[in-house]
Structures are given as structure tokens and as C-alpha cells.
Design a protein around this ligand. Sequence first.
Ligand code: COI
Length: 353
Amino acid sequence: MQISITKAEKLKPKPDDADLTFGTIFTDHMFNMDYDPENKWHNPRIEPYAPIAMDPSTMVLHYGQAVFEGLKAYRTESGAIQLFRPKDNFKRLNRSSRALCIPEIDEASVLDALKQLLNLETDWIPHAPETSLYIRPTIISMDPYLGVRASYMYRFFIILSPVGVYYSEGFNPIKIWVTKDHVRAVRGGMGEAKTPGNYAASLYAGEKAKKIGYTQVLWLDGVEQKYVEEVGSMNIFFVIDNEIISPELNGSILPGLTRDSVIQLAKYWNMKISERKISIDDVFNAHEAGKLQEIFGSGTAAVISPVGELKYNDNVIRIGNGKVGPIAHKFFKTITDIQFGKAEDPLRWIERI
Ligand code: COI
């Protein structure tokens, strides 16, 4: 793919690594590409980061027909820049696109475009431990039209954001609220697609959780409201009686790449790992029986995030005395060491640029 490059005339000041949070600062350039039925995906270009001009009737603003991805670029101690499983992100983007009637992108060309963008923005990749450059590929529907149908025109873009930790707790246990009052997704719906509507659906309960002192919501299945699904910004794992359990992918759970990495590593280490249905009652009963050892979440933004407290109705349980459990720690350390080039990459996840 021949990409045209227009460089920014003036570069922005770079933030201090120590000040980095999540998703507030954007680099000097972005990648853009357009789609229409006649020209298909065309006009790939790297340009200065800038607002996207759109008609107020643009379909994405009204019906949310859009998909996105999240991945990161890491700087190693030797100064190399590397990506973690980027091909899998673009594969998942296409999978999400199919669910939203969005035309698929050529995965290899788009990965090449990302690498070219990163080459231009290398100085934006932070140096401090636990910092990285978050990458947000996104596709939005662009027809100026108010009827409900799939759009004919689309914009694909990639923006970059230097980030620190996602949760203000850092790698410390977070508190999670389990609710039956709200549903994020149902089977047969779009729960497994990385699409804005799923995140919009999580906001109301998320704000309620914050008001009562909890960081996130643990979603139950949308049919029986009995089985654990995911947290919304991450997938979830339970360690019960030395078995690591993550809810099986059922169509309404996002197939997280960090989730898959945890599962693959656990198998590689011969740990007991299961993807299966697990009810919220199973979790509370395991705690009652003294068998619930750990709970942790997994996600690109959050990496591995230990859960120290669960609230479900009036029951509040504390897990691991507010400390990070050894299994969560082992996955966090191994995955981040691989991402930052400090450890071997036995499962071949790293792609250098
Ligand atoms: C990610 O982990 O990359 C996500 O997309 C979660 C969230 C920031 C939306």
C-alpha cells in the first residue's frame, strides 16, 4: 500500500512520563483511509493529528456504526520498539466489522501503515516503566443520512496516545460491583464486537458503581443474569481451588487478546485452566468455603488487574486481604516482561518495528 505522508509543521511538546495517565494526550500524526463502494479502501495517508470534519447527519453520530481496537507499542531497555500480537488485533477488528456490516480492511496493509506511523512517532513512545504508546485503530460510518441502514462510506483512522496505568489503583487490587439491575450485552447481540455501543451500554451502571465506591461493574449474562461475563474494560479470571477459570466465550463476551494470552501461558505452564460457565453464586460459595484464592481482570489497557473486593447485593467479599495474589502477579510480570522485551517470548507474540 502506497501511503502519502504529510508531516506536521509544528510538533507538540511531549509530556513527562511521570504525568502520564490514560487516553488524554495524542501524538502529532494520525493515519487516515477512506472507503466508498466504488473505490473500496483508498487514499491511505499519514497526516497531522486533526479533528475530523463531518456533517451533523453523519451516520456514526446517530446509529453508532463503528468498531475499534486497542493495542500498545512498547519501548525496550535497548531502545527497540515492539508490538504485542498486532495481527490478532486487526483480525479481531475485521471480526467486529463483520458484525456491524462494515467493509473489512486488508490486515497486512493496515499493520504496515501502523508501523510507518509509529516510525514517525517513535519519540512519543515513553521510557518509564509501565508506560507505553496506546494505539487506537477505529472505523466510523460516514454517510450523511438519517435512514437506518449500513453506511456506504467509512473512515478508518489510527491515533496514538502515550499512556501510564489505566486504573488509578495501578497494579493494586480494585473493587468491583456485581449487579443484576443492568445488562451490557446479550447472546446474539454485539457483545463480542469491539463497538462503541457496548461501552455506551456500560456507562449508567459504571457511574452507579463509582457513586458507591467501586471502580468497575462485573457484568452477568443478559438472559438469566446468573453467569459471570466480563468487566467491560477487561475480561475476568477466578482462581478457585487451584483451578484458573474464565467465562467461556459465548457471543456476548469480548474475546480479549490479553485473556487469550493468559490462557495460552497457563497451558504452556501446565496450570489447570478452564474456559467455562461460572455463576456468581459459584464465586460467592467458593469464597464461603475458603476456596476462592484470587480474582483478576485482563485487558490491553489494564494488563492484569487484581480484584480485591466484590459486592453483590448486600454481600461484600474481600479477596486476598487486599494484596496482589501470586497467580495474578505471575501473569502480570510475565506478560509485561514479554511486552517490554525483558523476557523470552516463547509463544512468539512480539513483532518488532
Ligand atoms: C483496551 O483494553 O484496549 C480497551 O479497549 C479497553 C478500554 C480502554 C475501552
